[in-house]
Structure formats: C-alpha cells, structure tokens
Write a protein that binds this ligand. Structure first.
Ligand SMILES: [Zn+2]
Length: 62
C-alpha cells in the first residue's frame, strides 16, 4: 500500500498521530500533577493540553 501514500494521506496520518500524542499527554498529565490529582480539576497545564487535543481533533475532521 506504499504507493497509495500521497501528500494528502500522509498529512491525514500525521494529524491522527498528533491527536493520539495530544490525547495521551492530556490523559497522563494528572498522574504527574498534584493539583489535578488532589483537587480533581484542570490546572493551567491540563487546560492547555485539553485545548491542544481539541485543536488536533478539529484538524483531523476539517
Ligand atoms: Zn495539572
């Protein structure tokens, strides 16, 4: 299937990978963050990670 990888498909795969990376970072963040873990709410970093994830998802469906 290597011959079916044009620029468009490559870009789409790149964006899907970006979503996965952003999602993983957002999900794992509370494990490393006392504020998120103890207070159960998003800190500034978590909010940023959430926004990055949303932007990445939007880019995939755009
Ligand atoms: Zn946090």
């Amino acid at each position: 299937m290597a011959e079916r990888t044009g620029p468009v498909q490559a870009q789409h795969r790149f964006r899907e990978a970006a979503v996965q990376v952003a999602y993983t970072a957002f999900i794992r963040h509370p494990q490393l963050c006392d504020v998120c873990r103890t207070e159960g709410m998003d800190c500034e970093t978590a909010a940023t990670l959430r926004q990055v994830w949303r932007d990445a998802r939007a880019a995939v469906t755009a």
